[in-house]
Design a protein around this ligand. Sequence first.
Ligand SMILES: Nc1ncnc2c1ncn2[C@@H]1O[C@H](COP(=O)(O)OP(=O)(O)OP(=O)(O)O)[C@@H](O)[C@H]1O
Length: 244
Amino acid sequence: MDKIKVTNIKKTYENLDAINNISLSVANGQFISILGPSGCGKSTLLNIISGLEKPTSGDVLIDGESYIGKSGRVSYMHQKDLLLPWKNIIDNVSIPLVLQGLTREKARKRAMTYLDDFGLRGFEKVFPGQLSGGMRQRAALLRTYLFKSDVMLLDEPFGSLDAMTKRKMHLWLMDIFNNYKSSIIFITHDIDEAIFLSDKVYLLSERPAEVKIELDVDLERPRNNKTFSNPKYIMLKEKILNIL
Ligand SMILES: Nc1ncnc2c1ncn2[C@@H]1O[C@H](COP(=O)(O)OP(=O)(O)OP(=O)(O)O)[C@@H](O)[C@H]1O
Protein backbone atom coordinates (compact mmCIF):
# COMPACT_ATOMS: atom_id res chain seq x y z
CA MET A 1 0.00 0.00 0.00
CA ASP A 2 1.19 3.55 -0.72
CA LYS A 3 2.29 5.57 2.29
CA ILE A 4 0.70 8.67 0.79
CA LYS A 5 -1.85 8.70 -1.99
CA VAL A 6 -3.17 11.98 -3.34
CA THR A 7 -6.02 11.66 -5.81
CA ASN A 8 -7.50 14.25 -8.15
CA ILE A 9 -6.87 17.27 -5.94
CA LYS A 10 -8.45 20.50 -7.13
CA LYS A 11 -8.29 23.79 -5.28
CA THR A 12 -10.15 26.93 -6.26
CA TYR A 13 -9.98 30.13 -4.24
CA GLU A 14 -12.81 32.63 -4.76
CA ASN A 15 -11.89 33.51 -8.33
CA LEU A 16 -8.56 31.78 -8.77
CA ASP A 17 -7.81 28.19 -9.79
CA ALA A 18 -4.71 27.19 -7.82
CA ILE A 19 -4.63 23.44 -8.49
CA ASN A 20 -6.34 21.85 -11.44
CA ASN A 21 -5.99 18.12 -10.95
CA ILE A 22 -3.12 16.51 -9.11
CA SER A 23 -2.61 12.87 -8.23
CA LEU A 24 0.57 11.47 -6.80
CA SER A 25 1.78 8.61 -4.66
CA VAL A 26 4.65 8.06 -2.28
CA ALA A 27 5.67 4.52 -1.35
CA ASN A 28 6.88 3.76 2.15
CA GLY A 29 10.36 5.23 2.61
CA GLN A 30 10.32 6.99 -0.74
CA PHE A 31 11.68 10.49 -1.36
CA ILE A 32 9.73 12.42 -3.96
CA SER A 33 10.22 15.95 -5.23
CA ILE A 34 7.67 18.34 -6.62
CA LEU A 35 9.32 20.65 -9.09
CA GLY A 36 7.39 23.60 -10.45
CA PRO A 37 7.41 27.28 -11.38
CA SER A 38 6.88 30.02 -8.82
CA GLY A 39 3.27 30.53 -7.78
CA CYS A 40 1.94 27.38 -9.46
CA GLY A 41 0.31 26.02 -6.32
CA LYS A 42 3.00 23.88 -4.68
CA SER A 43 2.59 25.29 -1.17
CA THR A 44 -1.18 25.00 -1.49
CA LEU A 45 -0.73 21.32 -2.33
CA LEU A 46 1.43 20.70 0.77
CA ASN A 47 -1.06 22.61 2.94
CA ILE A 48 -3.74 20.26 1.67
CA ILE A 49 -1.65 17.11 2.23
CA SER A 50 -0.84 18.30 5.77
CA GLY A 51 -4.55 18.86 6.50
CA LEU A 52 -4.15 22.61 7.09
CA GLU A 53 -6.29 23.46 4.06
CA LYS A 54 -9.18 21.57 2.50
CA PRO A 55 -9.19 20.92 -1.23
CA THR A 56 -12.21 21.83 -3.36
CA SER A 57 -12.27 18.15 -4.34
CA GLY A 58 -10.04 15.09 -4.20
CA ASP A 59 -8.60 12.99 -1.39
CA VAL A 60 -5.40 12.52 0.61
CA LEU A 61 -4.78 9.07 2.07
CA ILE A 62 -1.96 8.33 4.50
CA ASP A 63 -1.61 4.62 5.31
CA GLY A 64 -4.99 4.21 3.63
CA GLU A 65 -6.79 6.69 5.90
CA SER A 66 -8.25 9.98 4.63
CA TYR A 67 -6.70 13.09 6.17
CA ILE A 68 -8.71 15.85 4.51
CA GLY A 69 -8.77 18.81 6.91
CA LYS A 70 -7.01 16.82 9.66
CA SER A 71 -3.61 18.18 10.65
CA GLY A 72 -0.99 16.71 13.00
CA ARG A 73 -0.25 13.48 11.12
CA VAL A 74 2.86 14.69 9.29
CA SER A 75 5.97 16.76 10.04
CA TYR A 76 5.71 19.90 7.93
CA MET A 77 8.29 22.56 7.29
CA HIS A 78 6.81 25.64 5.72
CA GLN A 79 8.61 27.90 3.29
CA LYS A 80 8.36 30.68 5.86
CA ASP A 81 9.99 29.01 8.81
CA LEU A 82 7.52 30.26 11.45
CA LEU A 83 9.97 30.10 14.35
CA LEU A 84 8.44 31.75 17.41
CA PRO A 85 10.17 35.14 17.67
CA TRP A 86 9.89 35.28 21.46
CA LYS A 87 11.63 31.95 22.05
CA ASN A 88 15.36 31.42 21.66
CA ILE A 89 16.68 28.84 19.19
CA ILE A 90 17.04 25.94 21.59
CA ASP A 91 13.49 26.44 22.90
CA ASN A 92 12.15 26.78 19.37
CA VAL A 93 13.73 23.56 18.15
CA SER A 94 12.74 21.61 21.28
CA ILE A 95 9.02 22.36 20.91
CA PRO A 96 8.23 18.95 19.35
CA LEU A 97 10.06 17.14 22.15
CA VAL A 98 8.10 19.07 24.79
CA LEU A 99 4.92 18.19 22.89
CA GLN A 100 6.03 14.55 23.01
CA GLY A 101 6.10 14.84 26.82
CA LEU A 102 9.76 15.54 27.66
CA THR A 103 10.47 18.13 30.36
CA ARG A 104 11.82 21.42 29.04
CA GLU A 105 15.28 20.58 30.43
CA LYS A 106 15.42 17.11 28.86
CA ALA A 107 14.08 18.46 25.59
CA ARG A 108 16.80 21.14 25.48
CA LYS A 109 19.49 18.55 26.23
CA ARG A 110 18.31 16.22 23.48
CA ALA A 111 18.02 19.07 20.97
CA MET A 112 21.54 20.26 21.87
CA THR A 113 23.01 17.04 20.48
CA TYR A 114 21.91 18.05 16.95
CA LEU A 115 23.26 21.61 16.96
CA ASP A 116 26.66 20.78 15.44
CA ASP A 117 25.12 18.96 12.49
CA PHE A 118 22.82 21.87 11.81
CA GLY A 119 25.45 24.56 12.16
CA LEU A 120 23.69 26.08 15.15
CA ARG A 121 26.22 25.42 17.93
CA GLY A 122 26.78 28.59 19.96
CA PHE A 123 23.47 30.11 18.82
CA GLU A 124 21.17 28.27 21.22
CA LYS A 125 20.35 31.38 23.30
CA VAL A 126 19.90 33.63 20.29
CA PHE A 127 16.43 34.72 19.11
CA PRO A 128 15.25 34.03 15.53
CA GLY A 129 15.27 37.72 14.58
CA GLN A 130 19.02 37.86 15.26
CA LEU A 131 19.89 34.96 12.92
CA SER A 132 20.55 34.97 9.17
CA GLY A 133 17.79 33.57 6.94
CA GLY A 134 19.86 30.43 6.31
CA MET A 135 20.33 29.72 9.97
CA ARG A 136 16.63 30.21 10.63
CA GLN A 137 15.90 27.63 7.92
CA ARG A 138 18.33 25.18 9.51
CA ALA A 139 16.69 25.69 12.91
CA ALA A 140 13.26 25.15 11.35
CA LEU A 141 14.53 22.00 9.65
CA LEU A 142 15.86 20.66 12.93
CA ARG A 143 12.54 21.40 14.61
CA THR A 144 10.69 19.59 11.80
CA TYR A 145 13.08 16.67 12.08
CA LEU A 146 12.47 16.42 15.83
CA PHE A 147 8.76 15.89 15.22
CA LYS A 148 9.93 12.48 13.94
CA SER A 149 6.83 11.66 11.98
CA ASP A 150 7.33 8.96 9.36
CA VAL A 151 6.07 11.49 6.79
CA MET A 152 7.89 14.77 6.21
CA LEU A 153 6.67 17.58 3.99
CA LEU A 154 9.45 20.05 3.17
CA ASP A 155 8.58 23.27 1.34
CA GLU A 156 11.81 24.53 -0.30
CA PRO A 157 13.89 24.05 2.83
CA PHE A 158 17.20 24.94 1.17
CA GLY A 159 16.02 27.75 -1.10
CA SER A 160 17.78 30.44 0.92
CA LEU A 161 21.04 28.62 1.68
CA ASP A 162 24.41 29.24 0.02
CA ALA A 163 25.68 26.52 -2.33
CA MET A 164 28.12 24.93 0.13
CA THR A 165 25.69 24.77 3.02
CA LYS A 166 23.06 23.48 0.62
CA ARG A 167 25.37 20.62 -0.43
CA LYS A 168 26.04 19.71 3.21
CA MET A 169 22.35 19.75 3.93
CA HIS A 170 21.65 17.45 0.97
CA LEU A 171 24.13 14.89 2.25
CA TRP A 172 22.78 15.22 5.77
CA LEU A 173 19.19 14.85 4.61
CA MET A 174 20.08 11.67 2.71
CA ASP A 175 21.72 10.28 5.83
CA ILE A 176 18.58 10.95 7.82
CA PHE A 177 16.56 9.49 5.00
CA ASN A 178 18.69 6.33 4.88
CA ASN A 179 18.66 5.90 8.66
CA TYR A 180 15.04 6.67 9.44
CA LYS A 181 13.29 5.66 6.23
CA SER A 182 10.88 8.58 6.40
CA SER A 183 8.63 9.17 3.43
CA ILE A 184 9.37 12.66 2.15
CA ILE A 185 7.65 15.12 -0.15
CA PHE A 186 10.09 17.88 -1.03
CA ILE A 187 9.27 21.06 -2.91
CA THR A 188 11.89 22.83 -4.98
CA HIS A 189 12.56 25.07 -7.98
CA ASP A 190 15.99 23.50 -8.40
CA ILE A 191 16.19 20.71 -11.02
CA ASP A 192 19.56 19.37 -9.80
CA GLU A 193 18.38 19.23 -6.21
CA ALA A 194 15.18 17.43 -7.23
CA ILE A 195 17.01 14.72 -9.20
CA PHE A 196 19.90 14.32 -6.77
CA LEU A 197 17.69 13.74 -3.73
CA SER A 198 14.70 11.90 -5.10
CA ASP A 199 13.37 8.51 -6.08
CA LYS A 200 10.72 10.21 -8.18
CA VAL A 201 10.16 13.73 -9.51
CA TYR A 202 6.77 15.26 -10.35
CA LEU A 203 7.09 18.21 -12.68
CA LEU A 204 4.17 20.64 -12.36
CA SER A 205 2.77 23.06 -14.92
CA GLU A 206 2.16 26.79 -14.46
CA ARG A 207 -0.87 27.62 -12.28
CA PRO A 208 -3.40 26.02 -12.10
CA ALA A 209 -1.01 23.19 -11.32
CA GLU A 210 -1.19 19.86 -13.10
CA VAL A 211 1.38 17.09 -13.27
CA LYS A 212 3.26 17.53 -16.58
CA ILE A 213 5.39 14.45 -16.10
CA GLU A 214 6.31 11.91 -13.44
CA LEU A 215 9.92 10.67 -13.66
CA ASP A 216 11.45 7.75 -11.79
CA VAL A 217 15.02 8.50 -10.71
CA ASP A 218 16.82 5.23 -11.04
CA LEU A 219 20.17 6.29 -9.54
CA GLU A 220 21.81 4.09 -6.94
CA ARG A 221 22.19 5.31 -3.33
CA PRO A 222 24.11 6.57 -1.49
CA ARG A 223 24.58 9.39 -3.96
CA ASN A 224 27.63 11.61 -4.09
CA ASN A 225 29.41 14.07 -6.37
CA LYS A 226 29.89 11.35 -9.02
CA THR A 227 26.11 11.11 -9.33
CA PHE A 228 26.13 14.40 -11.28
CA SER A 229 28.20 12.88 -14.09
CA ASN A 230 26.22 9.64 -14.27
CA PRO A 231 24.71 9.36 -17.80
CA LYS A 232 21.33 8.50 -16.26
CA TYR A 233 21.44 11.74 -14.27
CA ILE A 234 22.30 13.78 -17.37
CA MET A 235 19.49 12.16 -19.36
CA LEU A 236 16.93 12.90 -16.65
CA LYS A 237 18.03 16.52 -16.46
CA GLU A 238 17.79 16.91 -20.24
CA LYS A 239 14.35 15.35 -20.22
CA ILE A 240 13.13 17.87 -17.64
CA LEU A 241 14.77 20.82 -19.43
CA ASN A 242 13.11 19.80 -22.70
CA ILE A 243 9.67 19.74 -21.11
CA LEU A 244 9.96 23.09 -19.28
N1 LIG B 1 -5.66 31.66 0.84
C1 LIG B 1 -5.57 32.04 -0.44
N2 LIG B 1 -6.52 32.81 -1.02
C2 LIG B 1 -6.43 33.17 -2.32
N3 LIG B 1 -5.41 32.84 -3.14
C3 LIG B 1 -4.44 32.09 -2.62
C4 LIG B 1 -4.46 31.65 -1.25
N4 LIG B 1 -3.33 30.89 -1.02
C5 LIG B 1 -2.66 30.87 -2.19
N5 LIG B 1 -3.31 31.58 -3.14
C6 LIG B 1 -2.89 31.75 -4.54
O1 LIG B 1 -2.73 30.48 -5.13
C7 LIG B 1 -1.64 30.46 -6.03
C8 LIG B 1 -0.66 29.37 -5.67
O2 LIG B 1 0.04 29.73 -4.47
P1 LIG B 1 1.15 28.81 -3.80
O3 LIG B 1 1.70 29.55 -2.65
O4 LIG B 1 0.58 27.47 -3.55
O5 LIG B 1 2.23 28.71 -4.98
P2 LIG B 1 3.74 28.12 -4.93
O6 LIG B 1 3.88 27.28 -6.14
O7 LIG B 1 3.99 27.50 -3.61
O8 LIG B 1 4.58 29.45 -5.08
P3 LIG B 1 6.13 29.73 -4.72
O9 LIG B 1 6.92 28.77 -5.53
O10 LIG B 1 6.32 31.14 -5.15
O11 LIG B 1 6.22 29.53 -3.26
C9 LIG B 1 -1.02 31.86 -5.98
O12 LIG B 1 -1.51 32.60 -7.07
C10 LIG B 1 -1.54 32.42 -4.67
O13 LIG B 1 -1.62 33.82 -4.72
